[in-house]
Write a protein that binds this ligand. Sequence first.
Ligand SMILES: [Zn+2]
Length: 117
Amino acid sequence: MTPEELESAKKALLDMRREVLKEVQEAMAEYRELGGEALPDISDISANANSRDVLLNLGQNQRQKLRDIETALERIAEGEYGNCMRCEEEIAAQRLKVRPFSRYCIECKTEIEKYGE
Ligand SMILES: [Zn+2]
């Protein structure tokens, strides 16, 4: 990966993170307006997972995405970004462009979906 590619991946990830956080905050504000209990922070959403499924499903997906984004940002900092976390081959640039937070190359991803991690 070139420094330019890394830089633009990092920018895309930071944009995505901001976007996800905004969605979560809006959903939480809406939840409170509907008379729900205050949810102090994102990590507590799962504790309330029995009710308000729409919001909470959103919360869960967003949380997973945030984790993936954080991992990708850490890997950029460590200079390991762009390599598959399973086989350590380079992940296709096209795949990273569509999903900059990809942890695995497409082959490993397919196998993990079939057989588990
Ligand atoms: Zn792989």
